[in-house]
Design a protein around this ligand. Structure first.
Ligand code: 4AZ
Length: 268
């Protein structure tokens, strides 16, 4: 039997590091306590439904060295995964793995893929300044299909009220635990002018895009970070931050993929 604190130190460090990836957004989620009961917390991502991974074969999750899911991602090339910078900035590449083709975390479906490199956008500092984008390189290539990146010419996909789909294994309510199964939800894009009114200087229009219903109820939440926001067969956003989850008047904020498409593609 081991005694004393010292043998437990690696475990303490591990837990600290494990939580670090979600802390920046989680902090904001609790910054402003709900002023009234959160109607969204009772609904089942928040307000979504289970998704068929065969319909979204490129959606993946990131797992820590214990195999625990902590973020989402998307295959954008046979050996590249797009995710949020805040998911991986404090984790070294070999400690993160990518799980592809596994809708149910308790199953052994799909594959666990090693990560050899993690590129974080050089302008990234916190999610509220933009550039919340990272590209992981896989040890092996996959034969799964990939999702296309929205490009600057895809303006139309970012129009007010465009119906987008967000996917993830994150929490189903603000204080809830991550979901065991992949979920999806439809959220309308909220125009830059409107979102700037809501989030003031924390919203950077040329780096971020917002999505959510005015009445709340449907949203990405903790654990969904890094996951995709898609329109048709294109990824237009990466789950980045928000104030709580699914609160009325507080849309989710996503990295604007089109704004970073060139830098992302340079990693292929
Ligand atoms: C998070 O903590 C998080 N409602 C992600 C998305 C949103 C809030 C929090 C958006 O990872």
């Amino acid at each position: 039997m081991r005694r004393g604190l010292w043998p437990n130190l690696p475990a303490v460090l591990f837990v600290t590091l494990a939580f670090w990836g979600v802390l920046p957004t989680a902090t904001v989620a609790t910054e402003e306590p709900p002023s009234e009961p959160n109607t969204a917390s009772a609904t089942p991502i928040v307000g979504g439904k289970p998704a068929d991974i065969d319909q979204y074969p490129w959606v993946v999750y990131l797992a820590d060295s214990r195999g625990e899911q902590f973020c989402g991602g998307a295959l954008i090339a046979p050996d590249k995964v797009l995710t949020a910078a805040h998911c991986v900035v404090d984790r070294r590449a070999p400690r993160v793995s990518v799980v592809a083709g596994r809708a149910d975390k308790n199953s052994r479906q799909g594959r666990v893929l090693g990560v050899t490199d993690s590129w974080v956008h050089p302008d990234y500092s916190t999610p509220y300044r933009g550039a919340d984008v990272a590209v992981l390189t896989l040890r092996e290539t996959t034969s799964r299909s990939v999702v296309k990146l929205a490009a600057p010419s895809d303006d139309g996909l970012y129009g007010d009220n465009t119906e987008a789909t967000v996917l993830g294994w994150g929490a189903r309510s603000e204080e809830g635990q991550n979901s065991d199964v992949l979920r999806r939800a439809m959220v309308p894009v909220v125009g830059d002018a409107e979102c700037a009114k809501i989030y003031d200087r924390q919203f950077v229009p040329n780096a971020m895009v917002c999505a959510g219903h005015p009445d709340g109820g449907v949203d990405a939440c903790q654990g969904d970070s890094g996951g995709p926001l898609v329109v048709g067969n294109k990824i237009i956003g990466i789950v980045s931050w928000g104030v709580g989850c699914a609160r009325p008047g507080k849309p989710g904020v996503y990295t604007e993929v089109a704004a970073y498409a060139e830098r992302i593609r340079a990693r292929f």
